[in-house]
Design a protein around this ligand. Structure first.
Ligand code: SRM
Ligand code: SF4
Length: 581
């Protein structure tokens, strides 16, 4: 909410923080609480950590008149998601030493630790730094982790694209010395910033988070149209020619406020590789200067653009760059999500994509997943690439090592041998750590998939993939508004349903049902599945079918996301009565 002065409260916290210092050091040293005051809580995000509490314990702690079970989530920012085997093993160690025993791979190629107590926070961040990784700018009102189509070892074009992603990430990293002062006691393994001021961001940073992704068609694993800024690679054989530039995408929205909506980024032109850093800088600068600093719900770039118009944005960018972007080149995406198993590289090396359900790397009673990944990474010894869909690629594997790695991965259940629906399903973290969760997501995903798979089996669905994505609230961290079947939590056990995204991540799903329990969701899906199997064209995906026969609208502009409101499903949940709604 805006204040009387027209700025959101977070703006004042940032301005008063002396470039993200606030009173963080004193708050960390306060022995009376496992938490920190609100202003430091906001500032800590920029340092890559969130104060949370274990929501499973919340009521019991209240009853016992204890403060919440405070703990921190710590997020590692890994541009393009590439780790060395040593870095993976270092992070794995930390999960056991300071975290809750798990690593959480994220939808932006990052790694999170949960359950870090305040007394271990500095040690955790220091150890991450010692592994030559950082948490700075993993969260907060800055440019977040820059994602790139997974695995730069796949081809020279992938390598070049990844390199540009890293350059953009480095260019937009906050410069404040506060990070080193607070966490690293002045010790630096990487060169300290030249100045403690923020030459680019200034004292109030950005109005809101900002997200950039690099995609290499035909793979849209990064969901490039869900980003504030997307660079879509244009290649000529093995040569990177440049990038199409897309602006103003985003997923988050607020229930009950239809002025908020998910949006797809729009392609505004083409730039040469050398122009990528200036283009990124100027797009972020426009958002820095024009983004809404009064209402955080309307502060993402998508709203800045939609409020002022795409033409205004294109002209403003041209005036800041001193030239217009060239006309966009034609590009085509065929799929989002990950492909599993081996992929052969042009240099003869192989790349093995492993499935990690919801990105949660933990040893469970029936499956030692963390131990398994550790063993596989040790045996591999080469690059470990994180995908934007919470999975892992063992990259650049010599032919001689393939059989051993595959056998190990199989033994630990890391090969995606379930149904395509299960392999593609995504869930955000949700309960018990996420303070914004309204319903279960990660913990509920296996059950959601089982129930959907049962419905698919009943109608003879076959092997066609179905993209199912679950988020615990409308913020959409698993990008559910791009799914063929998207679910967002409303209340414990209740979800809103979205239908009709496409396989390539280029269309928004449409709101289709509200506040439904699992039975309610399945009652809608059941007849639609039957009709799809009965009437689909060869190779046609469920989302495309729903659009073709008019069960949902084809939504490619978020401003029409709410148009027409929710359908009133007929008794059979999917009859022609809904056509043309
Ligand atoms: Fe997210 C907030 C987890 C990717 C949109 N997200 C959060 C917080 C930090 C909750 C909070 O603010 O208190 C969640 C922490 C949960 C926990 O316990 O760990 C959280 N987001 C995640 C992760 C871990 C989900 C996952 O399962 O992988 C992802 C971390 C990515 C990373 O490494 O940086 C994650 N979040 C996303 C994405 C997907 C993406 O970026 O491609 C989105 C949708 C794209 C977008 O930004 O529009 C996303 N997260 C949000 C939003 C809504 C933003 C908005 O514009 O409305 C919030 C809430 C907010 O910012 O106020 C949010
Ligand atoms: Fe939390 Fe909501 Fe993001 Fe899920 S979608 S992690 S519940 S903020």
């Amino acid at each position: 909410m805006g204040q009387a002065n027209g700025r959101s409260a977070v703006e004042d916290i940032k301005r008063a923080s002396r470039y993200l210092r606030g009173t963080i050091r004193a708050s960390l040293a306060d022995p009376l609480t496992g938490g920190v005051p609100e202003a430091d809580r906001q500032l800590l995000k920029f340092h890559g950590t969130y104060l949370q509490d274990d929501r499973d314990l919340r009521l019991e702690r209240q009853r016992q008149k204890l403060e919440p079970a405070y703990q921190f989530m710590v997020r590692v920012r890994i541009p393009g998601g590439v780790l060395t085997a040593e870095q993976w093993l270092a992070l794995d160690d930390l999960a056991g030493r300071y975290g809750d025993g798990s690593l959480r791979l994220t939808t932006r190629q990052g790694v999170q630790f949960h359950g870090v107590v305040k007394w271990h926070l500095a040690d955790t961040i220091r150890a991450i730094h010692t592994a030559l990784l950082t948490t700075l700018g993993a969260c907060g009102d800055v440019n977040r982790n820059v994602t790139a189509t997974a695995n730069p070892f796949r081809s020279p074009v992938h390598a070049a694209v990844h390199d540009w992603a890293r350059r953009v990430a480095a260019h937009l990293t906050p410069q404040t010395a506060a990070y080193h002062e607070i966490w690293l006691d002045g010790t630096n393994l990487v060169p300290p910033p030249a100045s403690e001021e923020e030459p680019f961001y200034g004292p109030t940073y950005l109005p809101r988070k900002f997200k950039i992704a690099f995609a290499v068609p035909p793979v849209n694993d990064v969901d490039v149209f869900a980003q504030d800024l997307g660079f879509i690679a244009v290649a000529d054989g093995d040569r990177l020619v440049g990038f199409d530039v897309a602006v103003g995408g985003g997923m988050g929205m607020t229930y009950g406020d239809r002025t908020t909506y998910p949006q797809l980024a729009r392609v505004i032109g083409f730039c040469r590789p050398e122009a990528v850093v200036p283009v990124a800088e100027q797009v972020v600068a426009i958002q820095r200067d024009y983004g809404n600093r009064a209402e955080r719900n309307h502060a993402r770039l998508k709203y800045t653009i939609d409020a002022r118009g795409l033409d205004w944005f294109v002209a403003e960018l041209a005036s800041r760059l001193g030239c217009r972007l060239k006309p966009a080149r034609p590009v085509r995406f065929t799929h989002s999500g990950d492909r599993f198993g081996w992929e052969e590289g042009p240099d003869g090396r192989g790349h093995l994509t492993l499935r990690v359900e919801s990105g949660r790397v933990r040893d469970g009673p029936d499956r030692p997943l963390r131990t398994g990944l550790r063993a596989v990474v040790e045996a591999h010894g080469g690059p470990v690439c994180l995908t934007p869909n919470q999975n892992v690629v063992l990259a650049a594997v010599d032919p001689a090592r393939r059989a051993r790695l595959e056998a190990l991965a199989r033994a630990y259940g890391l090969l995606a041998d379930g149904s395509p629906t299960r392999a593609q399903a995504l869930a955000c973290v949700g309960l018990p750590t996420c303070g914004l969760a309204m319903a279960e997501s990660e913990r509920a995903l296996p059950e959601w998939v089982s129930r959907i798979e049962a419905e698919q089996a009943r109608v003879g669905w076959g092997a066609v993939p179905l993209a199912v994505r679950v988020s615990g609230c409308p913020n959409g961290c698993s990008r559910p508004y791009l799914a063929e079947v998207g679910l967002t939590g409303r209340a414990p056990g209740r979800y809103d349903l979205y239908l009709g995204g496409d396989a390539a991540g280029t269309r928004l799903a449409q709101p289709y049902g509200e506040n439904l329990d699992a039975e309610g969701v399945l009652a809608i899906l059941r007849p639609l599945f039957a009709r799809y199997v009965d009437q689909r064209r060869p190779g046609e995906r469920f989302g495309d079918f729903l659009c073709r026969v008019g069960i949902v609208r084809s939504v490619t502009d978020g401003r029409t996301f709410w148009a027409g409101g929710l359908p009133t499903p007929a008794a059979d949940g999917g009859t022609d009565k809904e056509v043309g709604r």
